[in-house]
Design a protein around this ligand. Structure first.
Ligand code: BTN
Length: 269
């Protein structure tokens, strides 16, 4: 259960958010976002999604009342060749919002490694703790930005459990969802003015430098079925990736990655 009064008092009139929908239950906050009349500055929040959606038409599973599942509806005036910016911006500033929350709550001495797995998953000690699904079909400038953050859920379905975890599993304490959401939204709001064509390189570089994959051996799933072993070479300015497969370098604009070997020492917080 969220405290709507508290969230409204911290976000309305103080950030870009002008309207908050808080739903006990909904199929998907992204689908709900596409059904409302407002096309800008909306936050949709729920305790429970009955058909939460992930990338590649996968389900996004999230136990009722334990995690953050929310959607931001926001207009950005970007030319088609700059639209990736919303992805880069959202992944990076979701990451930094989570990071600042973690830093103020960490009690353990152990290091936590936090970074982005291309294109926009957030991994904590190599486990996925957050995913983002950005849709773009309300009209050409409105973005439906859905985010799931695993917060207090302790166990995940077997198919995902090896690679999925939650913040609570690392902090060893129950986390206040209101506090985390407010921190994430304030952080997102603080930098949202940067989402312009002129700042493309700045935001790309922030996102790029938080990517965990470069130089690592990976499995690449071009679609849900085809698996290719590859070395992750680099990410280009348009967000596409370069993989070394056998002896040739190939470029891909979408797909899914599993990390096989990992050497990301410089991402500890
Ligand atoms: C992924 O990693 O595959 C993306 C997951 C995105 C999940 C969020 S939860 C809130 C919003 N509503 C949805 O149906 N999906 C996104």
């Amino acid at each position: 259960m969220f405290n709507l009064d508290l969230i409204e008092s911290r976000l309305l009139k103080k950030t870009f958010v002008k309207k908050i929908y808080y739903l006990d239950e909904v199929d998907s906050t992204n689908d709900f976002a596409k059904s409302i009349t407002e096309k800008d500055n909306v936050l949709i929040l729920t305790d429970h999604q009955t058909s939460g959606k992930g990338r590649f038409n996968r389900k996004w599973e999230s136990d009722k009342g334990r995690n953050l599942t929310f959607t931001i509806v926001k207009k950005f005036m970007l030319e088609p060749d700059c639209r990736q910016l919303v992805n880069f911006f959202t992944a990076y500033f979701l990451l930094t919002g989570i990071k600042s929350f973690l830093l103020s709550h960490i009690k353990t001495d152990s290091y936590l490694q936090l970074g982005i797995k291309w294109p926009n998953d957030i991994l904590l000690n190599s486990k996925k703790i957050s995913g983002i699904l950005i849709e773009h079909n309300i009209n050409k400038n409105t973005y439906v930005i859905g985010a799931g953050v695993n917060v207090n859920q302790l166990k995940f379905d077997s198919e995902y459990s090896e690679k999925t975890s939650s913040l609570r599993n690392f902090l060893n304490e129950k986390i206040n969802l209101n506090e985390l959401l407010i921190e994430i939204m304030l952080n997102y709001d603080k930098y949202i003015h940067l989402v312009t064509k002129e700042n493309y390189d700045t935001i790309f570089n922030l996102w790029y430098n938080s990517n965990l994959l470069i130089g690592n051996e990976v499995e690449f799933y071009e679609n849900d079925k085809t698996v290719i072993n590859a070395k992750f070479i680099d990410i280009q300015k348009d967000g596409s990736i370069k993989l070394k497969i056998d002896k040739s370098i190939k470029t891909y604009t979408s797909g899914d990655i599993r990390i096989l070997s990992f050497t990301g020492d410089n991402y500890y917080i």
